[in-house]
Each structure stands twice: as C-alpha cells, then as structure tokens.
Design a protein around this ligand. Structure first.
Ligand SMILES: Cc1ncc(COP(=O)(O)O)c(C=O)c1O
Length: 495
C-alpha cells in the first residue's frame, strides 16, 4: 500500500502541467520510479494492487497495469503471482548506495569543472518546490492572481509595440519598467532611486551572484548575517569569498563586532526589513551606524529587500539605501514574492558608478530580461494594479499569519514556540521538546508537510533547533489540515 503522501505525490505528478503531453501510464510509471529512486519506497515494499491504485487515481486498471509492466521491464519492481508487486531488492536502491553513487558522481565531476564551477555545483544550488505544499516558505498566493488583467495588459503591449517587442531589449531594462520601479521604491521604500540607476534582472539571486563576482575577488572578506539566507550564502561562497558570520538579535545584525574589527572588509550583506529567517527588523541606529562604517571603510552594503511589501504591524522602516548619503548601498528587490515567482523579474538600484559595469556584465550572463514580461509589468505598475494587488495580498497574508499562529498555539504548543514576525511570508518556530530538528522535519515530510530547519541556516549549522513555516500560499483550511497532520506526526515521533 502507498502512504498518503506517496499517493499524493503520484497524483501531483499526474496533474503536473509539464507532463500533460505524456500518456497516463507513463506519468504513473515515472512517479513511482521517482519514489523508488528517492528511497521513499524502499526495497521489498509492496505496491498497491492495480485495481486499488486505479480507483485512487481515477484511471482505468489497464493504465496502472501498463505502468507496472514497464516498471517491471525496467527491473524496478518484481511481480509475484498471487501476492502482488514489490519494489525490487537491488543493492543500488539502498540509500547508502545511492549516497555513495552521488558522492562518486560529485568526485568524478570535479576534474572537469573549474574551481569556481565546482564550488557552484557543490553548493547544491537553490532548489524551489515546483508544486509548493504547506509549509514551503517564501511562496506567495498565486491562485488568486488577476491573470485576466495581466493577459489584457500583455495583449495591449503586443498591439502597441508590435514586432518591436520581439527584438532584443536594453540590457539595463526597458525604460518604462525602470521608471515604474524607481517611482515605487522611492514612494513605498523611501529609496533614493532614479530610472537610470535601476538595473532590471531576472531575480534577486542573479543580483547576488552578479555582486559576488563583480565587486569582490576570491578571498575577500564580507560579513553576512548569522543565520543567513542560504541563496546569498551560496552565491558568496561559490565566488570564493571569505564570509564572516555575525550574530543577529531581535534588532537585526549585531554591529559591535563589525565596528570593532580592524581587518579590511569589503561588504556586509543584510535583509534589514525582515531578517531571513528570524524576521527581525534592523533598528534605525544600527542602519545609520552601518552606513557610517561602510563610508569610512569604502565597503558596500548589499541590501536584500525581498519581501518588504508585506509588513503587518506598524509602518515598515525605510530601506537602508534611502538613508545612505554616501552611495555605498546596493538595493536588491524582486517581484517573486510581491507578484509571482514564475515572472522572473528582480532588480537592483545601484550607485551611479556601478550601473555601466553591472549592465555590461549581465550581457555575458543572459543579455537582458524578457521584454514582453517587462513591458507588461511596467503597465501593471503604472496602472496602479501593483499597488492594489500588494494591498489585497497584505490583508490576505496578515490574516493567514494570524490563523497559523493560533493553530500552532492550539495544536503544537507542547512542541514549539512560534515567533510571530511583523512581516514576511513565513513564521519561525523554535523547538521546545526533546525531538531533534531532523527528526521533526523528517516526520513532517512523511506526512506531506514541508518545513525548513533553522539550524542549517546558521554558519556552524548548530543554531537553536526549529523550523520555518511558510503561510502565505495556503488557505486557512489548508493551514489547519497541515498543522493537524504535523501535530500527529510529531506526537508519533515523540513515541
Ligand atoms: C531572503 C531572500 N532573498 C531572495 C530570495 C529570492 O528571490 P528571487 O526569486 O528574486 O531570487 C528569497 C526567496 O526565498 C529570499 O528568501
């Protein structure tokens, strides 16, 4: 028999739009093969009877039979007359063997890659969930996005720009979008931006990689928050930088260590609006002190303002860039959280002297961001739809955060303490029971619930155990179902 989460993952694969062109039996075959390769279905495990699986998936028995026949032909499963189908007993399916295969693969790849290439590969990259489920973090609600409006604006763009929109665009970004972004960050984030200082990119991740490679040499020392956003840490590590972790408290990064350190430091990386993952807001006196420090040391402040649109309590603090009269701050923004991740549009507001070098460098990476999407987004912003969408979603997310906090207090109080943030799309929780973070996360995953562990976000991998719970992309009902499942899973894990 399949566990609920295994059945759900086969169903998700069946429904996945990317598999739409594949026959049903091939989709089922692929999904089960993946469960076997992942180790989710171990050797000797029975598969459901074809009739039962066909009923659960809403397909014919022949379809399941044909998927099983292919898995059998590929030696992934054994079929025993009278007793059913089982995952084959093959040494290469054991988790230990797979791990050593992966390590060998990594080792074997090493000689073919540059040192930089190896560092990028070994970082494991940043992998996003294609079909997010509670409590995957950092995901906005996309199901209620005004798609019809977006489509209408895109049609207008194509009608007006015609085939011009099909040609190459300005590597710095279309002027209309740069103007809209500058107006937005000036008004809403207190930035000091002009359209000619905005560089439109595909993401904040691209901005971080660009900064890491354009501003620093391998071995250069930069300060990062501890705990830190893994995407930033990986971008800086892969560029060979010496990342020095500095502790974060309730007011953001602790500045004494930075101020007192005589060693030359090239930059500090910050998520000042809602520190990732703690949710702390960097206090004004620390912002000002860091600006003075950066100016004195000719260091850069890299400000990742990834989800500041969603601030629920009081007024959000103005961004560091807007407070910095010395132009030492590089402001990074993204539409991944405020609109939708598939859009792939992020941006930087740069000090004037960096605009040209950064725009040239990005032509070596990807030329420019897709023009039709940029023009549509510019129209969306100019027409006031962006502001309206953010206001609506702020209300939705604020209510969802309230619901999640209450659910955690009601059902999980023996296990965790919620740290309700003032903004953002996820809530950190610290473990207050005997369960280890790993055991809790694994128990959750077995019942189809995603948690991101907090310890691994600390430089020594040893922070206070806990996890992040994303809430923005899930309705109150979905949150409740997942919290109840999680409570049950943690209770079982405690024994
Ligand atoms: C702190 C932080 N910065 C940046 C990003 C990534 O945004 P983008 O999709 O623009 O790379 C994320 C995504 O989770 C994030 O949490």
């Amino acid at each position: 028999m399949f566990r609920h989460s295994q059945l759900e993952s086969v169903k998700a694969s069946l429904a996945h739009p990317a598999h739409a062109a594949m026959p049903l039996h091939a989709r089922i075959q692929r999904a089960i093969r993946q469960l076997i390769l992942d180790g989710t279905l171990g050797p000797g495990k029975p598969l459901p009877a074809s009739r039962a699986l066909a009923r659960s998936l809403g397909v014919s028995r022949d379809t399941v039979e044909s998927a099983y026949a292919r898995l059998h032909a590929e030696s992934f499963i054994e079929r025993r007359v009278g007793s059913g189908s089982f995952v084959a007993e093959m040494p290469e399916f054991t988790p230990g063997h797979r791990r050593s295969m992966r390590d060998a693969l990594l080792r074997n790849q090493a000689p073919n890659l540059s040192r930089r290439g190896n560092a990028m590969f070994r970082s494991g990259g940043v992998s996003e969930m294609l079909l997010p489920r509670p409590f995957a973090h950092g995901v906005p609600e996309t199901r209620s996005f005004p798609l019809a409006l977006w489509e209408r604006l895109e049609r207008q763009v194509l009608k007006e720009a015609g085939t011009q929109a099909l040609l190459h665009g300005d590597p710095q970004g279309t002027p209309a979008l740069r103007r809209a972004i500058a107006d937005y960050v000036n008004l809403e984030r207190g930035a000091r931006a002009t359209a000619d200082r905005v560089l439109v990119l595909t993401s904040s991740q691209q901005a971080m990689t660009l900064c890491a490679n354009m501003l620093f040499d391998p071995g250069d020392r930069i300060i990062i928050e501890d705990p830190a956003y893994y995407g930033a840490r990986k971008a800086f590590d892969a560029a060979g930088l010496d990342c020095v972790p500095v502790r974060v408290d309730r007011q953001g990064i602790v500045i004494e260590q930075i101020m007192d350190d005589p060693r030359p430091t090239k930059a500090v990386f910050l998520t000042p609006s809602h520190q990732f993952p703690t949710g702390a807001t960097l206090s004004l006196d620390r912002r000002l002190a860091l600006i003075e420090w950066a100016s004195r040391n000719q260091a850069w402040i890299i400000e990742d303002d990834y989800d500041s649109e969603f601030h629920y309590a009081g007024k959000p603090t103005a961004c560091v860039q807007g407070l910095d009269p010395y132009d030492r701050t590089i402001y990074i923004g993204t539409f991944t959280k405020s609109l939708f991740p598939g859009l792939r549009i992020g941006y930087v507001v740069l000090p004037p002297q960096l605009v040209k070098p950064m725009a040239v460098a990005r032509t070596l990476l990807d030329g420019h961001t897709a023009s039709i999407a940029q023009l549509t987004l510019a129209r969306f912003m100019e027409g006031g739809h962006f502001g309206a969408h953010v206001r609506t979603m702020r209300g939705v997310y604020s209510r969802r955060l309230g619901v999640l906090a209450e659910l955690v207090r009601t059902h999980l109080s023996e296990f965790v303490e919620p740290r309700v943030p003032v903004g953002g799309l996820q809530m950190p929780c610290v473990l207050i029971c005997d369960l280890s973070e790993r055991v809790a996360i694994d128990a959750a995953r077995r019942v189809g619930v995603e948690l991101l562990g907090l310890s691994a976000l600390h430089a020594d991998g040893d922070g206070r155990p806990g996890f992040l719970m994303g809430f923005a992309a899930y309705t109150p009902d979905e949150l409740e179902v997942a919290v109840r499942k999680l409570a049950k899973a943690l209770r079982t894990a405690t024994g």
